[in-house]
Design a protein around this ligand. Sequence first.
Ligand code: SF4
Length: 321
Amino acid sequence: MNPGYRSLCGEGLLKKRSDILAGIMKGCVLCPRKCRVDRTAGERGFCDLGGRIMIDSALAHHGEEPVLSGRYGAGTIFFSSCNMRCIYCQNYQISHKAAGRTLDPAELSRIMIDLQDRGCHNIDAVTPTPHLSGFVDALLCACENGLSIPLVYNCGGYENADIIRLLDGIVDIYLPDFKYGNDRDAYEFSGVSDYFSHAVSAIKEMVRQVGDCLEIEGGIAKRGVLIRHLVLPGRVENSIEVLETIKRCMSTSVSLSIMSQYTPIRAVADHPLLGRRVTKGEYETVVNKALDMGFDNIFIQDVNNYQLTPDFDREIPFSRE
Ligand code: SF4
């Protein structure tokens, strides 16, 4: 299956999208915060990112869902900073500050080609939204240099649907979080008062573009949507609201990844709800509810699998050495 971005590149449309995104950087509305700062002039909005791409690391990642990691790993690029500030963020070290390696698009394109050369099954861009302009430039350059593996858009779900519309034909696999089924939890845990409506609109647009099924060839995902939901301790109700929303607004054919890997970071060690891991009972309640609702494409995890928590102070964040 030819990745969508290759067709767009051949038709000259990838360059046009890149130009549109470059224009948006002059009054940034890449995400729902709509800071409208001119990032090309060095102004900074909520994410504190300037006009250039910034990443923490790039690696063959074996801890994504099996259809993404496969045998040789997902070609994961961890972008720096985020448009959310979840107090429990599992990638806290890189998401709560704009720090890392600043790259130009040609440098990022070489990283993409290197991941492909290492046998990675895809380019798995983690939190690419605030970097989209440079990222699409890099994709264009990588495409011209032979990149041909699927592009995974791995994001937090707090997206501007108009921007997601610009990615039509570029992204092969959308991998959004759907964190909250209500704005009360979103505000309390992520400081965002309008998460729910933006996540619903954005994920509906993703499903419109690539369909509600995850197309898999030889055990590896090639196209579609896989919605992730991290079960939070003491918030089973929130998880059920998320499932009900997906059923009502999207489809029960959509693939879900229900994640048990929540691990309290130091910042929430004493939080009355978030200071512990999820219990087996909580996790199974959510999974069983999804099955009862008719979802049958569900990726599940073992509860208490500590291998999945990264440490970005290490050169290889998922290494335990
Ligand atoms: S990407 Fe950053 S600057 Fe742009 S709207 Fe979002 S938070 Fe604001």
